[in-house]
Ligand binder design. Sequence first.
Ligand code: ADP
Ligand code: MG
Length: 725
Amino acid sequence: MAITLNSSLQFLKSIGPKRADLFSSIGVNTVHDLLYYFPTRYLDRSTILNSDKVIKFVASGYNKDITIIGKVVDTEEIRFGKSNIYKVSFKDDKGFFECVWFRGIKFFRNRFKEDDYYAISAKPVITKYGHLQFAHPDFDKLDSEESLNFRNTGKIIPFYKIPAELKKQNLSDLSLRRVISTAVEQSIEEITETLPPEIISKNNLLNLKSTIRNKHFPESTGILERANYRLKFEELFYIESLIALKKSSTKKLENGIKYKIDVPLVKDFLNSLKFKLTNAQLKSLHEIRLDMENGAPMNRLVQGDVGSGKTIVALIALLIAVSNRKQTAFMAPTEILAIQHFYNLKNMLSEFRINVELLIGGQKAKEKKLTYDKMANGIPAIYVGTHALLQEKAKFSNLGLVIIDEQHRFGVAQRSSLITKSSTPDVLVMTATPIPRTLTMTLYGDLDVSLIDEMPKDRIPIKTYLRSDSKLDKIYKFIIDSVNKGLQAYIVYPLVEDSDKLDLKAAESYYNELNNSVFDNNNVGLIHGKMKWDEKKEVMQLFSDKEFDILISTTVIEVGIDIPNANIMVINDAHRFGLSQLHQLRGRIGRGAEQGYCILVTSDALSKKQFDATFNFDYLSDAEIQKNKTIIRLNALVNNTSGFTLAEIDMKLRGPGDIYGLKQSGLPDFKYANLVEDQEILLEAKQLAFATIEKDPKLSSSENEIIKKNLKLFYKDNFHYSNIA
Ligand code: ADP
Ligand code: MG
């Protein structure tokens, strides 16, 4: 039977129905799927050294992973103290080397057979007997023919992830390689190109057939790089096309509100402030104003580091909308932040006859009902709240502007649910999580972006220190001294907002302990997520009014809280927080004209591992970075105040996906591209995608047919994301 791209895998030689089922379980059903089942790594002759070279390298101080190939000559198990060591000796053209295992011996004992060839990768050492040794290495079995071939011809060998179940069925690397090789030979000609020819030629891309072939069996590392480039480019191009389509379809809508700007009102408001807006704030404001005056609905992201002054920009937009007799929703991710915004807005707008209402889950039903009624009756006001604003009962009848503060704390789904709730209000989302530019382009690619890239002038950069918990007494003394000078301090514990009673008890016991000992003579407050909303409100009010000198807190204060007189923050167990979370927390201080101090408290051992300010972790290998993640994170914070720099570091440490909501964004997963490493490819792909959609917004021209077809094919699950479906 002839094999085609759509054939089930069971018809391939040495697969059969049983193995085919196992492949199905990882989503590989057809020959086509198998062609796209790419290797996870390669063994490349140019990176392989003979044992004599390795010994010289190690002797001269080289201490990174190395790959070497050898034939097994002996295996033995040696008694060593209470346990055993398993040792395998190898031979290559230029000498001998050995691999040792101290743990999991059972697993290795029967693996290595004499005369088998292996590729071994690990950090080499030289033992006191002068032997070249690798401890707990990665290893790949090679067949002798292959390994010889490989040496002689310089072929690059692919390694695939073989699911555990298939390994149990004795599907070896070797046999999988053979199966795939056959599939490539028999079916590659059937593969149809997925990018338009002009894009391929203009960007000098490898065509799809060579890409697939070389991804499995690269003729050279150079061509493998081109294959990788093509796959990444294509992936990013299609994702960016999806985003461009979405953006162009919202842009087209002309049913937005054309606001009239009451210029004297805005001027009066600006004059009532104690400060002048920064140029970056003015620029964002100008962009927002143009959007609001325009008939197309606003869809804008205001991005600015913590403390850059986003609230005031939002406030002016709210002022404009309400003075046009519209309802506005101002949504915050936590009750504490919503409450703060509510009081601030009320305060600042008291002279301007603007209604400000609060809606949060913790309110009494009666109170909420009053607000619901106002909403339903179309009363123009600023409705400040949490996701309570999204509830069924909250029915706006005249919604003109939605502002979402700290957008990264909400899922994208929530963003759109508010937006579709009424006709088409203007939407402004604000985020302080500084996101690397590439990610902004992807995650918020359908939004226009205003960047507040300038801090108010009077700010002094916060000084950050890493200290051992054995120094807490000194730290407390520093707090008391500062408090005596009229400043205020936060002491934060790593308790999560929604966690159980135990955490709550812990927060309370810290509070009792400190309040009754070192801070005996100070006024100390406590705030945590389990409090009722009016209790939270009261504590924040008391802290804001300087009735408390010190506020002991969980991470409930992480986002948005703005008390400029509080200038010291002690973060306990700082190693338990993520980088962006630490930056957000730290952003609570240094908001006024005083020097801010942030003290990261951690275990003694960790605090001793400080790197100096010039330390650059680009010099570390990936493995070393992973091993030292915690201390790198803490040092990054000590040495940087820019959220954008920290975000880049964070992405390098953690990968982009899970931190910034890419997973919940409704965008497809990235299979090939990496948003940290592939920024340039992304830029090119984005430009091309946006230019294409701008010229042909419905992808109706014949040369773009292929793009439209593949978009539907690749992203049928994500297609709701765009509106051309
Ligand atoms: P974020 O961008 O983190 O939301 P906020 O809007 O809370 O920051 O502003 C931080 C603090 O800076 C607030 O106390 C605010 O009143 C103040 N602020 C905002 N703009 C300016 C400015 N142009 N000059 C001085 N202070 C400002
Ligand atoms: Mg804010």
